[in-house]
Design a protein around this ligand. Structure first.
Ligand code: ADP
Ligand code: MG
Length: 685
């Protein structure tokens, strides 16, 4: 149970003044559903503004405060912005520009003829000055705005800086008294403030100390939780699985295994024979051949009289794995089934029966395979594909499925930098597929300007005409998923005009049946061109597809581009990847695309990704989904994790049951960062 002291932090945001159903949505979009989330929503950066008498005194790109009088409101037809033209004392005109729903507030805030103080970034649009989405518009007191260094928070549509700052202030006023979980000596050595002070400071200034302390807290919580899992796992009883080779011997693989595959299988085989449940990560770049390793592992379980279950993160992937595994396993006689959330009625009943009586030996599916209603006769091995898509909590839920704890094999293609491996998988043993199957050709990667889109379409046309297939990836760039899907649909529509029934579309909001139908037409070769949002990032395997176009490639991170590109170059045919880029690109984006052209080594790209981003903005950038952390940036992880890791180990050695005073404090910490699954590990003693 969560310690009571934490309750004020775990109430929903609606407990804060001014948050109603309307504000809830934009907050949730940022992952902010509880007061605790608000306090950890740290500023992305800080601005200091300069008050200027008139626009002539400001320079482009500068954060300014200026008194302006609106002279005209101009709404545009269609999707264009809403503009309020306003004049300064000297008669210079500037456009205050609003996109989307933000224009509603502009109408109220900026009545024509009434002077207002406006704070924001001065830019130029064509030959007029403009401020896009001013941060503040106030009637008086504008001159005081300039004295402060002001936090800038990440926003979503419907939120403003002052609104978020107000919520943060309310949330900070509710901070409960917390015991200290960091060693006193450590605090003193680093000169870090206590928890509450660190939080207040992190919202007020750029000082590194407070932020480091909070990041360290999170890393400590993570390391500690992973160590608790590990300790718990060591104490559990599993069932030793010893295969006699009777099923594996009948496999007729169309290729010899690589050395790395053989080695990984041997490592897994060794683990499975132990009574302590296996907790192993199989890490291998895209296309390294993880699936067949999983199959061999599952067949060992079957030979030993147990069942194996394979969990996939998406429906598409589950189906694809099912087809692959069923085909490969056919000569062995092992019974393979597919179970997803979509199976209903009779079909579902019969699969459930088969799992209960043991006639189904291998099941592949989405998390439906671990619902309460699903019972196994003897589940011995759980394989989790694309592990990074699942949290540790889910992993543990699976582990509780068998009478005895099943062995776990987690697989990931994410080439995680070494520093992150420790953070993310610290509790697991690791096997690496560091060798690609032979005969793979390098993917010819080129960066192409967006203006050359017509040429690209023609190139795709020639490619398809020659009988080959292609992917066309539309980015998820805006905060707004609906807009992205609209963009993908528009692209599909235009390509459909050119390619007719040869092109299919897949995105996250399509009805499942339609998604399947599209994927099936593409996988079977009936459709030649697959237009998709990044849903295809994970695991899709259609070796005959040898061309990939990625639109607005500059908006993707290196790791993601690498994952996407990994969908081609899977067969022995030469593959090509065209990275379309817009006309404005940051230096970092330019470097990223150059790296993509130069190398295909996932580990190298991951390290470079870390470097490029670590050296970026002062406070570091956080992209959700990158790491399992909400506070710690990549740079902080690299720097502080080893420290936190050692500290956690020391604490475990002294007080593995977390029962002393510092242990009690550490329990609080685990809850604070949603690592309470670590605490649950303590129940057994
Ligand atoms: P990933 O590691 O990305 O999951 P897959 O398991 O999907 O990779 O394998 C990628 C492709 O490589 C598949 O088409 C698979 O059949 C093929 N493959 C796997 N192992 C080998 C091998 N040893 N030799 C040749 N091809 C292989
Ligand atoms: Mg895979």
């Amino acid at each position: 149970m969560r310690p009571e002291a934490l309750n004020p932090l775990f109430v929903e945001t609606e407990a804060l003044e001014g948050v109603g159903p309307k504000l809830r949505k934009p907050l949730e979009k940022l992952g902010l559903s509880r007061v605790r989330d608000i306090i950890f929503h740290l500023p992305e950066r800080f601005v200091t503004r300069r008050a200027i008498a008139d626009l002539d005194a400001g320079s482009e790109g500068e954060q300014i405060i200026v008194a302006l009088t609106p002279i005209e409101h101009r709404s545009s037809s269609g999707r264009g912005p809403y503009r309020v033209l306003a004049q300064d004392e000297a008669g210079n005109v500037c456009s205050l520009t609003y996109f989307g729903r933000a224009s509603f507030s502009a109408k109220k805030l900026l009545p024509v003829g009434e002077k207002r103080w406006v704070a924001g970034r001065l830019d130029r649009y064509g030959d007029i000055l403009q401020i896009v989405h001013p941060d503040h518009v106030v009637e008086d007191g504008g001159d005081t705005l300039g004295r402060l260094s002001e936090p800038v928070y990440r926003l979503s549509e419907g939120l403003t800086q002052p609104k978020v700052a107000g919520l943060v202030e309310q949330a900070l006023a509710r901070l409960p008294e917390m015991p200290e979980w960091i060693e006193r000596a450590q605090l003193a050595k680093e000169g870090w403030p206590d928890w509450a002070d660190a939080l207040r400071a992190a919202h007020k200034s750029e000082d590194a100390g407070p932020r480091d302390r909070l990041a360290y807290d999170e890393l400590l919580a993570n390391s500690l939780a992973l160590m608790l899992v590990r300790a718990d796992n060591r104490a559990r009883k599993g069932q030793p699985l010893r295969g006699d080779g009777s099923y594996r011997g009948k496999l007729q693989l169309p290729f010899p295994l690589t050395g790395a595959q053989t080695r990984s299988i041997a490592e897994i085989e060794g683990d499975l024979q132990q009574e302590a449940p296996m907790l192993r990560l199989l890490q291998g770049d895209v296309g390294a051949g993880k699936t067949v390793v999983a199959l061999e592992a599952m067949l060992i379980a079957v030979e030993a009289g147990a069942q194996a279950a394979m969990l996939a993160p998406t429906e598409i992937l589950a189906r694809q794995h099912y087809e692959t595994l069923r085909t490969m396993a056919a000569p062995t006689g092992a019974q393979v089934a597919l179970l997803t959330g979509r199976d209903k009625g009779r079909a579902r009943e019969s699969i459930l029966m088969g799992l209960m009586d043991g006639s189904i030996q291998i099941v592949v599916g989405t998390h439906a395979i671990f619902q309460d209603t699903v019972n196994y006769r003897n589940l011995g091995l759980v394989v989790i594909d694309e592990q990074h898509r699942f949290g540790v909590a889910q992993r543990l839920m699976l582990a509780s499925k068998g009478r005895r704890t099943p062995h776990t094999l987690a697989m990931t293609a994410t080439p995680i930098p070494r520093t992150l491996t420790l953070a993310q998988y610290g509790e697991m043993d690791v096997s690496r597929l560091d060798e690609m199957p032979p005969g793979r050709q390098a993917i010819d990667t080129r960066v192409v300007a967006q203006e050359r889109l017509p040429d690209v379409v023609e190139a795709v046309g020639r490619h398809v005409a020659s009988g080959q297939q292609a992917y066309w990836v539309c980015p998820m760039v805006r905060d707004n998923e609906t807009d992205d899907i609209a963009a993908a649909e528009a692209r599909y529509a235009s390509l459909h005009e050119r390619f007719g029934e040869d092109v299919v579309l897949v995105h996250g909001q399509l009805k499942p049946e339609m998604k399947d139908a599209a994927m099936e037409r593409f996988a079977s070769g009936a459709a030649k061109l697959l237009v998709a949002t990044t849903v295809i990032e994970v695991g899709v395997d259609v070796p005959a597809s040898t061309l990939m176009v990625i639109e607005q490639a500059e908006r993707f991170g290196l790791a993601q581009l690498h994952q996407l590109r990994g969908r081609v170059g899977r067969g022995s045919e030469k593959s090509t990847c065209l990275l379309l880029r817009g006309s404005t690109m940051s230096e970092t984006a330019r470097e990223r695309l150059a790296l993509m052209r130069e190398t295909q080594d996932g580990f190298l790209l991951a390290e470079e990704d870390l470097r490029l981003r670590g050296g970026g903005e002062l406070l570091g950038t956080r992209q959700s989904g990158d790491t399992p952390f909400r506070v710690a940036t990549l740079e902080q992880i690299t720097r502080l994790l080893p420290l936190a890791h050692d500290d956690a180990r020391l604490l475990m050695e002294r007080d593995g049951g977390l029962s002393g005073p510092r242990g009690e404090a550490a329990r609080m910490l685990l809850y604070l960062f949603d690592r309470d699954w670590g605490v649950q590990m303590l129940r057994g003693g």
